[in-house]
Design a protein around this ligand. Structure first.
Ligand SMILES: [Cu+2]
Length: 497
């Protein structure tokens, strides 16, 4: 097959686009923090908003009118009810990313997955009951056409405050920051089709960076203040390498709670759907930049004004103490036996792009694609001409053909191999629903700093061993969190009985 055959019929014009009308919807409001008590209830609504992005005024989608949606703050061990209504322009669900919740509230539509909720029609609603067994930072987003809805602003954070008051070191203040990008074309959001996703090859990289929904995000701090940042990457595909030159950063947590060993860092890599918790010490007054730095360039994604007037109570001493997490030290001891044994499951990540054999060879030594390096070709790829596959190396089963089965209490060693010889290899952030896991090793090198995870970045050519703790019964999915790869079917299912 020739390229021209593949692209025949794919024109620059998008058929059946979603509305881009900005005259109807209300202006986006700023994000609120909502405290929910055990047994509490909250109304959440998805709908269109009008939002300014630099010079452009565009139609976007928002939860409760803000991008990001409301930050829900809850206590570990509590349960809350979320009454959701859908006033967006397509059917949807809400997935509560990273929570070990009841299977039926996971928000995976049964079009994708047997036994789950039906997609919520426009004008419909659904009541979710959530529980929060683990402290840390989580997020919520749709599980239908994420390539469109997440790009347009449907995401929000959940912060779970730990039961143990000494779980985290004390800080002056906590602040969630959501890292994202959006693709604009002129003064409009680059179009989507209602019937299929585009950019299946590399995903939709944006050309405008957003921090908590803003193109010019700014925050303030005082000298000697320690601020805990809860970072979440909600981009469709772009990995962020976050840093604040001139401030000191300490990595204290990841997806599902604190790290085994706190460590001072100069930057932190966060793939789509991953989270990082960092404590930041602002020692000197002045203007600082929030940066996303790739090997090629540095993007300024926001600013910090640090005021000369120091904080009354400084946590500099606590910041300088590098703490260890006893529960993860215990997990490390248990992992010894698992490191040596062969994997229970081996999964290969494979790209098939008929007519573009070995396009990836030019990228042989790039382990992370930081930008869309093949814009024209990428734009024309769809799930009908570009195929992303999860392949079970044991059975040969692919994607939805994979149905694993485990028991509660199983500790399953999953090896994931990102095949560098497929047609367009690239990194994949792999997400497992309903359970948590530890990264045991990368390319055979044991992980020196454990943290519970629900999403792991697997670089091109890399082999990663996970130890998945099957603690939560149900029928779950696991998939690549690049929105366009998921739309292309890069998912599997597993049962935990
Ligand atoms: Cu992927």
């Amino acid at each position: 097959m020739r390229l021209s055959d593949i692209y025949r019929g794919v024109t620059g014009r998008v058929r059946a686009p979603f509305s881009d009308d900005t005259t109807g919807p209300p202006d986006a409001i700023s994000t609120h923090m909502v405290e929910l008590r055990d047994g509490g209830s909250f109304d959440l609504k998805a709908g269109p908003v009008r939002k300014r992005l630099r010079e452009a005024v565009v139609r976007m989608l928002a939860y409760n009118g803000s991008i990001p949606g409301p930050t829900l703050r809850v206590s570990q061990g509590s349960e809350v009810t979320i009454k959701f209504t859908n006033e967006a322009d397509l059917e949807t669900t809400v997935h509560w990313h990273g929570l070990r919740l009841d299977n039926r509230y996971d928000g995976v539509p049964h079009a994708h997955h047997k036994g789950m909720q039906a997609p919520i029609p426009v004008g419909g609603g659904f009541t979710y009951k959530l529980r929060f067994p683990d402290p840390g930072v989580y997020w919520y987003h749709p599980h239908v056409r994420e390539d469109y809805t997440q790009e347009l602003g449907l995401y929000g954070n959940i912060i779970v405050a730990p039961s143990d008051p000494a779980y985290w070191a004390p800080v002056n203040r906590e602040l969630p920051l959501v890292l994202d990008d959006i693709l604009l074309k002129g003064d409009d959001v680059a179009p989507f089709s209602r019937t299929e996703s585009y950019r299946t090859a590399m995903g939709r990289y944006g050309n405008v960076m957003l921090v908590s929904g803003e193109t010019e995000y700014s925050m303030e701090a005082r000298r000697d203040e320690v601020v805990r940042l809860y970072l979440t990457n909600t981009a469709n595909v772009r990995p962020f390498n976050f840093r604040i030159p001139g401030a000191r950063m300490k990595l204290v947590g990841g997806d599902n709670g604190r790290v085994e060993r706190e460590q001072l860092v100069s930057e932190v890599l966060i793939a789509p759907a991953e989270r990082a918790v960092i404590d930041v010490l602002f020692e000197r007054a002045g203007q600082l930049r929030l940066e996303h730095r790739t090997p090629e360039q540095a993007y300024t994604i926001g600013t910090v004004t640090v005021h000369e007037w120091p904080v009354e109570r400084s946590y500099v001493r606590e910041f300088s103490t590098l703490r260890t997490s006893p529960e993860l030290v215990a997990e490390r001891a248990r992992l010894e036996a698992d490191l040596e044994r062969p994997p229970d499951k081996t999964l290969a990540l494979v790209a098939e792009m008929p007519g573009m054999k070995h396009h990836g060879e030019g990228h042989a030594h790039v382990d992370i694609e930081w930008e869309d390096t093949m814009k024209l070709h990428n734009r024309m790829t769809t799930p009908s001409n570009m195929f992303w596959k999860l392949v079970d190396r044991e059975t040969g089963a692919e994607n939805q053909g994979i149905h694993w089965s485990f028991g509660v209490g199983d500790r399953v060693k999953v090896r994931i191999v990102n095949d560098p010889h497929s047609d367009h290899p690239m990194q994949h952030p792999f997400h497992i629903h309903g359970e948590r896991f530890l990264i045991m090793s990368r390319d055979g090198v044991p992980n020196e700093n454990l943290v519970w995870k629900d999403t792991v970045l697997i670089r091109t050519g890399e082999t990663v061993d996970l130890l998945v703790e099957m603690s939560n019964p149900g029928s779950w999915m696991a998939h690549c969190h690049i929105a366009e790869h998921l739309e292309g079917g890069m998912m599997l299912s597993f049962q935990v009985h």
